[in-house]
Ligand binder design. Structure first.
Ligand code: HMG
Ligand code: MG
Length: 326
């Protein structure tokens, strides 16, 4: 039988915050990470070691790492674009006193040259060539490596993307040694039909166990896209608490699907925790819920609402709002 476990990778502290114009202090970022871990998130992408000229908001990641209160069984990862980023991570890890709890890095490229150029100043081929030795060194250092392919549906610079390109690039990342490739609908243009078309192509020669879905929710289709990918057999999805975020090089795109919404949709009724047995004498049969790990939806909703208020806005999570209004 297909496994009922679904891994949710919380990318709010990185994807969610990287696009914020006003500087956010390392203390706030670390509090976000620590709250997410206490809420039960077991895979958290906590920041990136990219050029501060390209993404100023991520400049303080090493300070953020020093403020993390590691939680047992939680995996913390950082995004790395090149050897310099990895060197920075390895330097921190080799410190004698309190090395950061990083066990994983993520590398990223794209399905189109235009997006890759805009995001990393390199074509796809150049970026793959740049990443291969980075992945090797990271694996040798005992880190796990995750890969991202951006713009799997539509590229903001070159339009509709050929699913065959997505498959080729994902295969290259796996060949390098990534244990999983996260397929990024960077612009959030995807629909169940277009996501299905990409997955049909990509799974021709890649196992669903090596794929994750990363859906931005620009058009409100992210949860439907996750359902489509679940039906395909994918069991790993990225999400951002409070629906935070966007990519600085994807104009107009909004944040990732909100983690609270994914948890609510997958866990079902029980996620409120205090509902009791609403259907005890009703004929309604509840379907089995997915296992999303030790997540507390109320704590997650608090976290989404807290970070949104820090950023002086409202959470975009529907489930978070609904729960807090109860
Ligand atoms: P470049 O300008 O070609 O690189 O950028 P460079 O090697 O010429 O370096 C330029 C300057 O940056 C130099 O400083 C370097 O030292 C410095 P200077 O000598 O001028 O003072 N530098 C660095 N500093 C800190 N850490 C580093 C680093 N590397 C160079 N690692 C580069 C090429 C790849 C560095 C740049 O384009 C870059 O950092 N890009 C990152 C862009 C980014 O972070 N985008 C967002 C993340 S991806 C995303 O959001 C998509 C995703 O969510 C999935 C999806 O939704 O699709 C993952
Ligand atoms: Mg993203």
């Amino acid at each position: 039988p297909a496994s009922s476990f679904v891994k949710i990778v919380e990318v709010g502290p990185r994807d969610g915050l990287q696009n914020e114009q006003r500087p956010i202090s390392p203390a706030i970022k670390a509090e976000l990470i620590n709250r997410l871990a206490r809420a039960g998130m077991r895979n958290i992408e906590v920041g990136s070691f990219v050029s501060p000229k390209w993404v100023p908001q991520m400049a303080g990641t090493s300070e953020v790492l020093s403020l993390i209160e590691p939680v047992a069984n939680a995996s913390y990862s950082v995004l790395v674009p090149n050897q310099k980023g990895l060197d920075d991570v390895l330097n921190l890890l080799s410190r004698n006193s309190s090395p950061p709890p990083i066990t994983e890095i993520a590398v990223f490229t794209s399905a189109t040259d235009a997006f890759s150029k805009a995001n990393t100043n390199a074509t796809v081929a150049e970026s793959l060539a740049r990443l291969a030795p980075v992945v090797r060194v990271a694996l040798d250092a005992g880190l796990r490596v995750r890969g991202y392919v951006s713009v799997i549906i539509t590229c903001p610079y070159s339009g509709r993307v050929d699913p065959r390109r997505v498959r080729e690039v994902a295969r290259e990342l796996l060949k390098m040694g990534c244990y999983e490739v996260s397929l990024g609908d960077t612009t959030g243009a995807g629909t169940p039909a277009s996501v299905r078309a990409v997955l049909e192509e990509v799974t021709k020669d890649i196992s669903v166990s090596q794929l994750a879905g990363h859906f931005h929710d620009t058009n409100g289709t992210a949860l439907a896209n996750i359902k489509t990918a679940l039906d395909f057999g994918l069991r790993a999805f990225d999400a951002s608490v409070g629906g935070l975020g966007g990519c600085p090089y994807s104009p107009g795109a909004t944040g990732n699907v909100a983690t609270e919404d994914v948890v609510y949709a997958l866990m079902g009724e029980d996620s409120y925790g205090d509902v009791g047995e609403p259907y005890s004498d009703s004929p309604v049969v509840q379907g089995p819920a997915w296992d999303v790990g030790p997540v507390s939806l109320p704590l997650l909703a608090d976290t989404g609402s807290w970070i949104s208020s820090v950023l002086t806005r409202e959470t975009t999570s529907r489930a978070g709002k609904a729960l807090l209004a109860r």
